[in-house]
Design a protein around this ligand. Sequence first.
Ligand code: GDP
Length: 328
Amino acid sequence: MPRALITGITGQDGLYLAELLLAKGYDVYGLIRGQNNPKLDLVRRVVPDVTLLTGDLTDLSSLLRALEVAKPDEVYNLGAISFVAYSWENAMLTSDVTGKGVLNILEAVRLYSHDDPNRVRFYQASSSEMFGKVQEVPQRETTLLWPRSPYGVAKVFGHYMTINYRESYGMHASSGILFNHESPRRGPEFVTRKVTQAVARIHLGLQDRIVMGNLDAKRDWGFAGDYVEAMWRMLQQDTADDYVVATGETHSIRELLDVAFAAVGVSDWSGYVAQDERFMRPAEVDLLIGDPSKARDVLGWKPSVDFAGLIGMMVENDLAEQRALTGR
Ligand code: GDP
């Protein structure tokens, strides 16, 4: 039975990846941070067969202890402080966890597998936020990185450190440059979920309007359940490498509002949407659109859910969730 350790098990991707690996017959271990982690119940409910271990990406010895217990064949580093807007308020903490945390886990894996650098296959969750002020359209594995937030800068550090461990120590370390990926499990601070939750509540008469930031930004949004499959496929290759994972389509926040409101029969949403400075960012990533051809050609990966299908799924889930919560 193959064994896997996932950091960030409490997040959207951690849960989907754990489900995928359990279905494939893996023995799955998840790293949980802190005492009384508020997400613990969720993880126990969704993936009860995962063995949870305590550890923190900022604490190298806790990572070594987790590796000694899990004895993994594969390590997926999904743990990070992942909300871009928050990273300006907490640039140091974001750098420590999202950036230096990658070095800590790479170093822990290297020490753990010192007699055979290929014993453990490693996945790093890199991000399209690394492209920031994009230098090429669409963005590929070779596009110059120009991050626009402390989060993006921290992800660039982790990305190059992963490549450096591969080149320095011959580790099987791969980096997935994932474009925005969403699902009904997305945190409500991200724009897709913020919108689908608000649309459901407006439709049920629980809320009057939604206050948004920049409506002109464009993102390449895919379904998280598809993207964890790409992570797994990367680690099944003979050689480690870097891959863009994206749909190859881009949509603006306005189009997101169009599709989400249309799902509840509203074609003109202008009366429901306000804008406020507090949701604007000090520096914006205006346009993301990925070229997933390498992932398609080498990994045989392609997305199964399109933009309209994704947003429709999220609105439907939020309607059911809000109905259950409020009895409407
Ligand atoms: P990101 O791409 O990782 O930053 O994912 P987000 O879902 O947080 O944001 C995607 C885009 O939506 C960014 O360009 C934001 O500026 C834009 N946006 C516009 N209004 C909002 C809002 O109210 N909340 C969030 N999170 N993003 C917003």
